[in-house]
Write a protein that binds this ligand. Structure first.
Ligand SMILES: Nc1nc2c(ncn2[C@@H]2O[C@H](COP(=O)(O)OP(=O)(O)OP(=O)(O)O)[C@@H](O)[C@H]2O)c(=O)[nH]1
Ligand SMILES: [Mg+2]
Length: 400
């Protein structure tokens, strides 16, 4: 269930911290200890947690997080294998991992440490249940650290030992990208920024969509002056400003209109470009969009959408982009569409993957899709970059 309540940080913008470990290691107990609430079911029956469970919470000094409890990675049998597979899937959206162990054996833990390393997920190990040990030999910790390739922190989920050290260690593992600003070097303190935000029938009633809200917040945090308008009011908004804005950020659907009206001195970008940079690998997306130039009617395109909302008339992913591509390449072009977490394991049969901005996914999850496409040799871009390229304005876009 995605938490999108208006007064809390959206789940997609929270740091995702997942707990991995064998059954009974104390993963669920640790979630309860970190949250101070009895959220996850705990029992001495191995295999209590069967599906990944997400809990949004603030962890100081990390800020808003999502903790993910998982089923034990040593589960066996037919259903057990399925659970382990589910647990493995969680790695794709994990920003930081905690391996929970009681150190009775380290074989599974070492294998999972390898998987995390492979997926570029920073991780720490906690040696849990130290309340049951008379002492924790420092040689044991050093040996574990060496074998697992990470810090090992002795803790007790039961009496709270070591939790403060764990919190501080997690803060140290926070990815650099989570500290970066959405508009990057495009706007600085004191700059005036014009945001063009058409509120068409696709726009939600009575509120703004997430990329617009996040961009506004980013600009305000930086001390920029943000001016918002719809497409109809661009001229009057520009006229109301004493000087041309340093930057114009527009909805990509009206990019060409805005581009024509843009004062010479202003930079121009789009919300999707900002989101692409925030949520993916913008330079890979731009390079990938060039695949459109090489496509024929025999080509195959995969459109991937994060939202599973009921498609609207004139839906950008389902209607507009396929129509634009077919107009340019030919009506025979194959366009497949997937939504939500559905994404083929194998994308090699596609000549291009076009993803939505991914505002409902966290950055790590988008990057895992980018990584998959790159590994399989399939270009991947997003809606905004595609539209900008088809309209021939990609070289006029400023990248953050
Ligand atoms: N003494 C002690 N017992 C603990 C500690 N942490 C967890 N336990 C106990 O270990 C057992 C397993 O705890 P869980 O939190 O359910 O373990 P889990 O890793 O979530 O297990 P699965 O959901 O089965 O994968 C329970 O009986 C807990 O009470 C601890 O720090 N000290
Ligand atoms: Mg559990």
């Amino acid at each position: 269930m995605v938490n999108q309540s208006l007064n809390s940080t959206p789940q997609s913008e929270r740091l995702h911290i997942a707990l991995f470990g064998r059954r009974n290691a104390g993963k669920s107990s640790l979630i309860n200890a970190l949250t101070g609430q009895q959220i996850a079911l705990v029992s001495d029956m191995p295999g209590t947690t069967t599906d990944p469970v997400m809990k949004s919470m603030e962890i100081l000094p990390l800020g808003p997080c999502v903790l993910i409890d998982t089923a034990g990675f040593d589960d066996t049998g037919k259903v057990g294998d399925l659970r382990v597979e589910r647990t493995r899937e969680v790695i794709k959206q994990t920003d930081i991992a905690i391996i929970v162990t009681d150190a009775s054996s380290l074989d599974d833990e070492m294998r999972w440490a390898g998987l995390l390393k492979q997926a570029n997920v920073p991780y720490v190990t906690v040696l849990n249940k130290v309340d049951l040990m008379k002492e924790v030999p420092s040689t044991l910790l050093a040996d574990m650290a060496k074998r697992l390739g990470c810090d090992v922190i002795p803790i007790s989920a039961q009496n709270g030992t070591g939790l403060e050290v764990l919190r501080q260690t997690l803060a140290g593992l926070m990815p650099e990208s989570d500290k970066q600003s959405l508009t990057g070097s495009l706007a600085q303190k004191g700059d005036t920024v014009l945001l063009v935000m058409p509120q068409d029938p696709q726009a939600p009633k009575g509120r703004l969509i997430l990329p617009q809200v996040q961009t506004l917040r980013d600009l305000m945090d930086k001390g920029c002056i943000a001016v918002c308008c719809t497409t109809e009011d661009i001229d009057s908004s520009l006229a109301a400003l004493r000087e041309p804005p340093r930057l114009i950020i527009t909805d990509s659907q009206v990019f060409d209109i805005v581009e024509k009206k843009k004062p010479a001195g202003s930079l121009l970008t789009s919300f999707s470009v900002l989101m692409a940079a925030h949520k993916g690998d913008i330079r890979f997306f731009v390079r990938s969009a060039m695949a459109i130039d090489r496509m024929t009617e025999q080509s195959r395109v995969l459109i991937a959408e994060a939202c599973t909302h009921a498609p609207l008339a004139e839906d950008i992913g389902r209607e507009k982009i396929p129509r634009m591509l077919r107009q340019r390449i030919g009506q025979g072009l194959t366009v497949d569409i997937v939504a939500g977490k559905d994404f083929p394991e194998d994308v090699t049969s596609y000549d291009l993957v076009i993803h939505c901005g991914g505002c409902m996914f966290n950055r790590k999850f988008m990057l895992s899709r980018v990584e998959q496409c790159r590994r399989q040799g399939t270009p991947m871009t997003n809606y905004g970059i595609t539209i900008a390229h088809i309209k021939g304005i990609l070289d006029k876009v400023s990248l953050p």
